[in-house]
Design a protein around this ligand. Structure first.
Ligand SMILES: Nc1ncnc2c1ncn2[C@@H]1O[C@H](COP(=O)(O)OP(=O)(O)OP(=O)(O)O)[C@@H](O)[C@H]1O
Ligand SMILES: [Mg+2]
Length: 379
């Protein structure tokens, strides 16, 4: 069963397209990662799926409910963490969760148990009586995630859930999300800028840029289709190094390759099946370092030819390491096209756009806070 289906979902803000003809199918019980640079349209998509924004064209279904007609049902049944945490700063952590538990009509005994469980899992049970406003950014974020899960929803939208978390907390949250899905069959729609995280957590990912979906698939499918394997070669240390080591190994410590690396790159220029290596540093793109060069392989069988060329040029080779492309490589290759917008699909005609949504659209309401507002609460 599909938890989310979008059909040509499109959103323009004052005739400016933010999302164009999005067609997605997300299976229930999976983790879907929506990846894209700033302003790509990720949050806009979530808002559309929650009915917090009206589409300019197209349609969507969430758990079988139409976003156009049943948005309220959807918001009552899903868990949501949007970019703003949506907590009540003057309430204690406990009371925040209790408040949202009441909105979702949790029975008293379930409510107590759930709050204890969730505050325990974020290791904040002992601090439950402190005001949420006094908590650090990361702690608030964890509390906001607990709030999104309070009613044990089948489907959870998490917009950059690990932003502001320290590496250990992010790692723990990542493990918990995986656990949640595997054990309880939940569906998670997550946006993140942390590609390593996406690679570990997501069953499927979609890459979006400038409102256009560029690719979908499992992380390994995307790695296979959109980027090439690489070979990392550590060079130097021998007689060859001494011959060319007139200057510093890496001038300026970054952009300029060492004389030895430059000599190696020159030797590889005419090897077929090898992508000439850009001269950048490990620190920025992982391509050239003091004594390491990285070579993209368009032909996976070209490693012997690379070695032969380096040996012929008398480059001392210390180590050769073949690596698979990472999701980050895929992301960069898909989203770093300069100039015109991505050409896979046509951006929807701006004429179909509606004026920018204000009110809930421009605000930071979550499903829960929206539900709170419907109930007469205010923040
Ligand atoms: N309420 C609004 N009014 C006008 N333009 C908007 C509105 N909301 C979003 N946009 C525009 O739509 C585009 C997509 O924004 P969106 O917030 O969906 O990006 P994002 O992928 O979530 O980015 P980020 O990674 O920075 O959170 C941007 O150009 C943004 O300026
Ligand atoms: Mg966003």
């Amino acid at each position: 069963m599909d938890a989310i289906i979008t059909t040509d979902l499109t959103k323009c803000f004052q005739d400016v397209p933010a999302l164009g003809n999005l067609n997605l199918r997300i299976k229930a019980g999976t983790v879907f990662g929506f990846l894209g640079p700033n302003g790509a349209g990720k949050t806009t998509t979530i808002r559309l799926l929650l009915g917090l924004l009206q589409p300019s064209a197209g349609s969507a279904e969430v758990m079988g409910w139409s976003v156009a007609h049943d948005a309220r049902h959807i918001r009552e049944r899903v868990g949501v963490l949007l970019e703003h945490h949506g907590l009540y700063e003057r309430l204690s952590a406990y009371d925040n969760l209790a408040y949202f538990a009441d909105i979702y009509h949790l029975e008293a005994s379930v409510k107590e148990q759930r709050i204890k469980e969730l505050l325990g899992s974020i290791r904040c049970w002992e601090r439950r009586h402190e005001k949420a406003g006094s908590w650090s950014k990361g702690m608030k974020q964890k509390l906001a995630i607990a709030r999104a899960l309070i009613h044990d929803p089948e489907l959870v939208f998490l917009d950059e859930p690990t932003s502001g978390l320290d590496p250990a907390a992010a790692h723990q949250l990542r493990d918990e999300l995986v656990e949640l899905v595997k054990q309880a069959g939940k569906t998670i729609f997550i946006t993140t800028h942390n590609l390593e995280e996406a690679e570990k957590v997501c069953d499927q990912v979609g890459v979006i840029d400038r409102g256009q979906l560029l690719a979908t698939g499992s992380p390994s499918e995307l790695r296979g289709s959109f980027s090439r394997p690489k070979v990392i070669i550590t060079i130097g240390g021998g007689a060859g190094a001494a011959e060319v080591a007139d200057g510093p190994e890496v001038a300026g410590g970054a952009e300029k390759p060492s004389p030895l690396a430059a000599k190696a790159l020159a030797a590889l220029k005419h090897v077929s099946g090898v992508q000439p290596v850009a001269q950048q540093s490990v620190a920025t793109r992982g391509l050239v370092a003091e004594n390491r060069i990285s070579v993209e392989l368009s032909d996976p069988d070209s490693v012997p030819a690379i070695i032969r060329a380096l040996v012929a040029a008398e480059i001392p080779i210390q180590e050769v390491h073949k690596v698979k492309a990472s999701l980050e490589d895929v992301f960069l290759s898909l989203t770093q096209e300069e100039g015109s917008p991505p050409s896979h699909t046509t951006v929807t005609n701006a004429d179909t756009g509606t004026a920018a949504d204000t009110g809930t659209a421009a605000g930071t309401s979550t499903a829960a806070t929206t539900a709170a507002q419907q109930k007469g609460g205010s923040q």
